[in-house]
Design a protein around this ligand. Structure first.
Ligand code: ATP
Length: 239
């Protein structure tokens, strides 16, 4: 398997206060990797650094290329996409127009290719097709998360980064979202998944990292992490 994303000693700070320190991790092409850890551990900061939203020290290599100095747009063009924690939809625009905006960011995609991508998204999320003319602001929380994921996929990324896709959703909806994440793997996209829901994240991922106060404290195959006594005690203890 080839490595699609490789971080080496990545560090990010806010006004001199470190939020992420010396993080090294790898995502193999087509695989799902999770980053779990408590609130404030630096998970969102890490994804934002990879996407180029925040400046970072260290090395971030995507498909073999060092990303230093490249802006967000060029990282999107290179094949990465981020679904931020806040989902950032256009509430007064229709579901379909929100999706089309995702393709628009990918300049190489013409209208025919955008239409094909739209069909693929609707096949993955039939719910979005049913609601395609509805305003995004009228969707339920779970549908909004699906729309945010669908929009990110319109650019046909090689790497999809998901920031807390289960945040604020009811347990049954969370199950749907994680089911979709496993389905997505079949499209060949690699996924870097940040989650406080450690149990679900470790179930869908091949490899996991535990981030605590900005540092990787544990990592390994997800099945091994899920039975590690420290992970069980701190993150899987209840239920
Ligand atoms: P959450 O699940 O709450 O999003 P997280 O693991 O994603 O947590 P981050 O949001 O990345 O954690 O935050 C990491 C640290 O950086 C925290 O101490 C947080 O207070 C701090 N931080 C985050 N954003 C900023 C900011 N814009 N300015 C200053 N400090 C920030």
């Amino acid at each position: 398997m080839s490595t699609i994303l490789e971080l080496a000693d990545v560090a990010v700070s806010y006004g001199g206060i470190p939020a992420v320190s010396d993080v090294s991790l790898r995502v193999e092409a087509g695989s799902i990797v999770s980053v779990i850890g408590p609130n404030g551990a630096g998970k969102s900061t890490l994804l934002n650094a990879v996407m180029g939203v925040l400046p970072a020290r260290g090395t971030i290599r995507f498909q073999g290329q060092e990303l230093r100095g490249r802006d967000i747009e060029s990282r999107v063009q290179a094949g990465m996409s981020l679904v931020p924690e806040k989902r950032e939809l256009f509430a007064t625009m229709s579901v379909e127009d929100n999706l089309r905006l995702g393709a628009f960011r990918h300049r190489a995609a013409g209208r025919a290719s955008a239409n094909r991508a739209l069909e693929e998204i609707y096949a993955l999320f039939p719910r979005l097709q049913e609601r395609r003319r509805q305003k995004a602001g009228t969707l339920s929380g779970g549908e909004r998360q699906m729309l945010a994921m669908g929009r990110a996929l319109m650019a046909r990324p090689a790497l999809l980064m998901l920031d807390e896709p289960s945040l604020g959703l009811a347990p049954l909806i969370v199950r749907d979202i994680f089911h979709t994440i496993t389905e997505l793997r079949r499209t060949g996209v690699a996924i870097l998944l940040v989650e406080q829901n450690a149990r679900a994240a470790l179930q869908v991922s091949a490899h996991g990292y535990v981030l605590e106060t900005g540092r990787v404290t544990l990592q390994g195959p997800s099945a091994e992490l899920a039975s590690d006594p420290r992970v069980v005690e701190l993150y899987l203890g209840h239920g």
